[in-house]
Design a protein around this ligand. Structure first.
Ligand SMILES: Cc1cc2nc3c(=O)[nH]c(=O)nc-3n(C[C@H](O)[C@H](O)[C@H](O)COP(=O)(O)OP(=O)(O)OC[C@H]3O[C@@H](n4cnc5c(N)ncnc54)[C@H](O)[C@@H]3O)c2cc1C
Length: 292
């Protein structure tokens, strides 16, 4: 099997990269629905797609299954995610070897969130505490892995300050990460400030903005509360005015994302990563809007 191209090589072409994120469905029906989504998205030709890694249990196997499916059936360059949650070093190396043997050369490398109900992250026995350690482990095992890491324009919720968080982000890059994908945000000013502070802290790798087209006010309120991203009042007012009309809410979400992306690309962002929640529609409309 032909190994994937390294995403660093794609960034080196100095054109904006478009990437999409899938999450592994819980059951076979969900995988089939995702197959339809991937087929629809094939025509906009994303530069790569990523597949998240679940907190535990069967969805982890599905990360491998879905990654293989979208690579083999649709020819996408695929970046599986991997987290430290619940894994010993030996298990992490085993997963890494399987990712490598599957022809994947790009991995989104994360610590993961504490399991539901736990207030703080606890490493597994002989496991890892920080994503920077996982970056080091994977790079030592497979030096040609291209590793992405998460970045938080509005600070990781557990970090005491953005400065402290940036110092930890620098560890991840120094350990071998090639690019940063940000947590979702709705105010581009937060991204620009973050990139400036990354550069001031000696972080020179691409910082890819993560954009989520809103699908529902309730859902996005929950997501932003969890990840600490601010929801601009102007956006909330528009979503509230749309009330229980999902099509109008979706249109507002796509419009907001489109303005964000236009501005980001105009100001030199290295591309954009779309959190599409396994739906094709917003990505297709955004691609059409950006081509217009
Ligand atoms: C692009 C992206 C994709 C994601 N995909 C997934 C996914 O697939 N599955 C999933 O479960 N979660 C995913 N997440 C969520 C992520 O797992 C959580 O945000 C998690 O809480 C932190 O992961 P991290 O890799 O950023 O951790 P880390 O970089 O390890 O940071 C976690 C916290 O520890 C602090 N820290 C780091 N190093 C040190 C140190 N040496 N000393 C003290 N403190 C330190 C940091 O400041 C931060 O507060 C994703 C997040 C992003 C941004």
């Amino acid at each position: 099997m032909q190994p994937d191209r390294s995403i660093s090589e794609l960034f080196a072409q100095r054109r904006p990269l478009r990437s999409l994120e899938f999450f592994p469905p819980k059951d076979d029906a969900g995988v089939e629905a995702l197959r339809q989504t991937a087929a629809a998205l094939k025509r906009i030709g994303p530069d790569f797609v990523s597949v998240t890694y679940g907190a535990g249990g069967s969805t982890r196997e599905r990360t491998a299954q879905v990654s293989a499916m979208v690579k083999e059936e649709f020819g996408f360059t695929v970046m599986p995610h991997l987290t430290c949650v619940g894994h010993s070093r030996t298990e992490l190396l085993d997963v890494a070897d399987r990712i490598y043997a599957g022809g994947f050369r790009n991995v989104m490398t994360l610590r993961g969130d504490p399991p539901k109900g736990a207030s703080e992250f606890q490493p597994a026995a002989d496991g890892l505490r920080y994503a920077s350690e996982l970056v080091g482990l994977l790079k030592a095992r497979h030096p040609d892995f291209c590793l992405g890491v998460g970045g938080y324009p509005e600070k990781h919720p557990e970090a005491a300050s953005l400065d402290v968080d940036l110092a930890h982000l620098k560890h991840k890059v120094d350990a071998g990460a090639s690019f940063i994908t940000t947590q979702l945000f709705f105010d581009n000013a937060a991204y620009y400030r973050f990139v400036d502070r990354c550069r001031a802290n000696g972080i020179t790798v691409p910082v890819v903005p993560g954009i989520m087209p809103v699908l529902s006010l309730k859902q996005i309120t929950r997501f932003t509360e969890m990840c600490g991203a601010a929801l601009p009042e102007k956006l909330v007012k528009r979503l509230e005015a749309a009330g229980e009309q999902p099509e109008i809410v979706e249109t507002i979400g796509i419009d907001w994302a489109l303005s964000q992306i236009r501005d980001l690309l105009a100001r030199g962002a290295p591309g954009y990563h779309l959190y599409i929640l396994n739906r094709a529609k917003s990505a297709l409309i955004l691609a059409a809007g950006l081509a217009a």
